[in-house]
Structure formats: structure tokens, C-alpha cells
Ligand binder design. Structure first.
Ligand SMILES: NC(=O)c1ccc[n+]([C@@H]2O[C@H](COP(=O)([O-])OP(=O)(O)OC[C@H]3O[C@@H](n4cnc5c(N)ncnc54)[C@H](O)[C@@H]3O)[C@@H](O)[C@H]2O)c1
Length: 463
């Protein structure tokens, strides 16, 4: 072999390999840093030794910015605005190295079996239930998503609900639409000076805390973790304490066995008379029949719900008793604001999701980093500097079994291993190592040895 470019390297469980020569590949991973004599070293631009003409399949209405970003990086992108069925995917996926989907495309074990070249899956959304994560990991494919890009959008929706509920905005609006003029101030309040109780002070809860204070609200929060308050918010000792003190209770916890029905009859009874409940978290966190009772008895002045235990699968589908047995009773309550799970649905959130997931895909393909992967051990190495000579980065996905590191390190023994890091998650382990002064022949030999081990799932070299 005369050049690293020409080296054939196994890619994916014995699938074919691609030489690389594209200059755009180099450009697209360039990181620009100041070079002002303070010793800041330029990171080296890595490119896969073994992938030329990487093909991306992007489905559903993924942010156009992400599509353009991949094209600008030199990837060959096929973009279809619709989801694909399992059969269509099985037919097409074999020629792609990366796939980007939203929530409607299902990546099943059968699809993964046909995905012989696939390196990475990007879910351009919050959830990853649509992917068989275990099978993907066993095939050496990390899955990336964007769980927190829409925090601000949810927090802003809650602010609108606080004002909307306390000013009876939705009742007045319905009345006007029915041709009824009903100007009144009874039961209508400013939110200034009222107490907001935030349950779950994570990405959304803490954003909301800042917004609510700027409206002049007092903020208290309850979280299972002790968290530093933002502004002058105050963490209370228990959920019960929060329920007894807050004028508005808003829920921002994940769905976990311990959060299912965390707001039921008993907790609603602890809330102040005339207070409001807002749930933009997950539908099962609130016992809805108990909430209906609390509203009907006027113990609560109102509620806003964006999420439900069962939700229709597509737009235009009915939201009725066939979906949730109490739906008609809930929909008949005038002082309950109902929205179809739109908390995170804004153009800004979609754009941020596009940026975050496309960057994660590019980082994995270009640098091997699995930071943020949902089904994989998270491994990363600092960048190789431009002046660090003939370094090669080995990215070795393998079965998590004894003896693998010994065998791999035996293969590395003749070389200088500059950095190495490995981690495991369940059945899967991932090792990254930067090796110095390796010739193209060395790379070829290393590849042969490492990828022929029993535990090998996928081995890539970046140079
Ligand atoms: N309506 C929407 O469109 C929409 C959009 C995004 C997120 N969400 C949902 O909002 C919720 C919060 O999202 P996030 O991004 O802020 O999550 P996050 O993980 O950043 O924060 C959740 C917080 O809840 C706390 N927590 C967990 N269990 C708890 C318990 N039993 N009692 C009190 N606190 C508890 C955690 O410690 C954490 O601080 C999630 O359920 C998410 O699925 C809804």
C-alpha cells in the first residue's frame, strides 16, 4: 500500500470498504481556533480511512438546515419528507451509512439486519422509542437524539398558561366565539406576587423559574435532587409543602414508576383552594379522573394539560373516550385548557434539534465521539493536534466480555498509544485509542488483528 487513502479497512462486520480522498471531508471537520502565539495547538482534522462517499438517508420533515449542513459537509444526502415503512426501509437501507428520522419511522431489528453499512442513527426529535435501541447497539450503531432542545418552548407555553388560566382567557375566548360579550374581573388575577410551585427543577423547570420571577412571581420548587436555585427561587423540603404553598403547581418530572399518578386525589386535596394545576410533563403523572373531580368541586380554579396517558397517533385523529375513557368529561370543563402535546413544538426547537443531532452524527462519523448516544457507552477523546504527526484513531465497538482489552492492547503493543479510553454499557463496549507513528501497512495489520477478534462488532480507523 502506498498511501493511507488506498488502504482497504473492514467497516461493519465484514461489509465492504471505501477508500477516501475527498478534500471536503477534511474541510468539514475543521475547527477554527486562534493561533496567536499562546501555544494553542490546531486540532488535526480527522477523516475516516475507510469511508468514501458516505450516504445519508434523511426521512420525515427533518429541519432543512440539518439537510443543508450534511450536504455542505460533502455527504451524499437523500431526503424524503415522508416516513418509510419497514419493507421500504429493508429494501433501501443497505446502501446508507447514516439515517436521520423523526418519530414516525420505525427502525426495527429486521431493518437493522438489512442495514449492513449503517454507522449511526439520528433521531431528530426528543424520544427514541421508534428505534430498537438494543438491536442497534448490538450491531454497533449508536443512536443520537436531542432531549433538551425544546426546554425554552415548554417554559414559554407554561408562562402563557399561567396568565391564560388566571385571566380566564380561554373561557372569554370561547364565549366571544359563541357571540357572547362577558366582561368581568371576578376570579381574574394578575400572576405578579403569586407563588409558582415547580415540581422537577431540571431543564424546563429551571428555565421557567427565571421567566416566572421576571413576571414578579415567587418561585418554590421540589426536586428529588438538591439543586442550586436560580434567582431567588427556593427549594422546599417535600412535594406536600409545595402543594400547600403554591397558587400554581406546574409539573416537569420525567415519567418514572415513582412519578406515575404522583398527583392524585390526596395531593390535589393538599393544594390550596382556588389554585391551578399545569401538566406539560407526561400524561401519566396526573390521575385525570381525580383532577376532574377537584375541578368540578371548585377546589381547583382551573388546569392546563398538554399531555395525556394515551395520545392519538396522528394529526386529525379524534381525541375522545376511545382514546381515554374520561375524555368527554374533561373536554366539557370550561376552565381546563387542553392542548395536543405542543409544549416543545416550535420552529426554534425544531431548528435546535436539527443542529444538535446533525452535529452529534458528524462528530461520531468524523471523530468517533459517542457523547450523547442513548444506547451506547459515551466515549470521547480530545482532538489530535495538527502537529501530532502520523496519528490514527481506532474506534472499536465490541462485545462486553473478558479479555478483549488484553487482545487489543497486544495488537497495539509495538506502537505508542497516545490516549486510550473505553467504557461499556450492557452488552456493548467501545474503545477509542490514538496511536502514533503508524504507517499505512501498520494500519492494515492492526485492522486485520482487531477486527478478527471474536468480540469485534465494528472497527473504524480515523486518520
Ligand atoms: N409537553 C411537551 O411537549 C414536552 C416537551 C419536552 C419535555 N417534556 C417533558 O417534560 C418533563 C421534564 O423535562 P426536562 O427536560 O425538564 O427533564 P429534566 O430531566 O431536565 O428534569 C427533570 C427533573 O425532575 C426531577 N425529578 C425526577 N423525579 C422526580 C420526583 N419524583 N419528584 C421531583 N422531582 C423529580 C429530576 O431530578 C430533574 O431535575 C419530561 O417528562 C419530558 O418528557 C414535555
Amino acid at each position: 500500500m502506498s498511501s493511507p487513502i488506498a488502504i482497504p479497512v473492514p467497516v461493519h462486520q465484514g461489509s465492504p470498504v471505501f477508500p477516501t480522498s475527498s478534500p471536503t471531508f477534511t474541510d468539514r471537520f475543521a475547527i477554527h481556533r486562534r493561533d496567536d502565539g499562546y501555544g494553542i495547538r490546531q486540532p488535526k482534522v480527522l477523516r475516516p480511512v475507510d469511508n468514501e462517499g458516505l450516504r445519508f438517508l434523511l426521512l420525515e420533515n427533518i429541519s432543512q438546515d440539518a439537510v443543508s449542513a450534511f450536504r455542505a459537509q460533502g455527504f451524499l444526502v437523500d431526503h424524503h419528507t415522508k416516513a418509510m415503512s419497514e419493507d421500504e426501509l429493508i429494501e433501501k437501507i443497505g446502501s446508507y451509512h447514516a439515517i436521520g428520522i423523526r418519530s414516525k419511522t420505525k427502525i426495527t431489528a429486521k431493518v437493522l439486519k438489512a442495514a449492513t453499512k449503517l454507522l449511526v442513527i439520528g433521531c431528530f426529535c426528543i424520544g427514541t422509542n421508534q428505534v430498537d435501541l438494543k438491536s442497534a447497539a448490538k450491531t454497533g450503531i449508536p443512536v443520537f437524539n436531542s432531549p433538551f432542545s425544546n426546554s425554552r418552548s415548554v417554559a414559554e407555553l407554561v408562562m402563557s398558561e399561567l396568565v391564560g388560566l388566571s385571566r380566564q382567557l380561554f373561557e372569554r375566548c370561547f364565549e366571544m366565539r359563541r357571540g357572547l360579550w362577558n366582561k368581568q374581573s371576578k376570579g381574574c388575577w394578575e400572576i405578579r406576587g403569586k407563588t409558582l410551585g415547580i415540581v422537577g427543577y431540571g431543564h424546563i423547570g429551571s428555565q421557567l423559574s427565571v421567566l416566572a420571577e421576571s413576571f414578579g412571581m415567587k418561585v418554590i420548587y421540589h426536586d428529588v435532587v438538591n439543586l442550586m436555585p436560580l434567582g431567588i427561587a427556593r427549594q422546599v423540603n417535600s412535594l406536600e409543602e409545595l402543594l400547600a404553598e403554591a397558587d400554581f403547581v406546574t409539573l416537569h418530572v420525567p415519567e418514572l414508576p415513582e412519578t406515575i399518578n404522583m398527583i392524585g386525589e390526596e395531593q390535589l386535596a393538599l393544594m390550596k383552594k382556588g389554585s391551578y394545576l399545569i401538566n406539560n410533563a407526561r400524561g401519566k403523572v396526573v390521575d385525570i379522573p381525580a383532577l376532574i373531580k377537584a375541578i368540578k368541586s371548585s377546589h381547583l380554579a382551573g388546569a392546563a394539560l398538554d399531555v395525556y396517558p394515551s395520545e392519538p397517533g396522528s394529526n386529525g385523529a379524534p381525541f375522545d373516550n376511545s382514546v381515554n375513557s374520561w375524555a368527554s368529561e374533561l373536554c366539557a370543563l370550561p376552565n381546563v385548557v387542553l392542548t395536543p402535546h405542543i409544549g416543545g413544538s416550535t420552529e426554534e426547537a425544531q431548528r435546535m434539534i436539527g443542529e444538535e443531532v446533525s452535529q452529534a452524527i458528524s462528530r461520531y462519523i468524523g471523530y468517533g465521539s459517542t457523547l450523547g448516544a442513548v444506547n451506547f457507552p459515551e466515549v470521547d477523546l480530545r482532538a489530535i493536534a495538527a502537529d501530532e504527526g502520523d496519528r490514527v484513531r481506532v474506534c472499536h465497538v465490541h462485545k462486553n466480555q473478558p479479555g478483549v482489552l488484553r487482545r487489543v492492547n497486544e495488537a497495539f503493543a509495538p506502537y505508542n498509544v497516545e490516549k486510550q479510553y473505553s467504557d461499556s454499557k450492557g452488552d456493548i463496549a467501545y474503545l477509542m485509542a490514538d496511536i502514533a507513528d503508524v504507517s499505512p501497512t501498520d494500519i492494515h495489520d492492526l485492522q486485520e488483528v482487531i477486527s478478527s477478534t471474536d468480540a469485534n462488532i465494528l472497527t473504524r480507523f480515523l486518520a
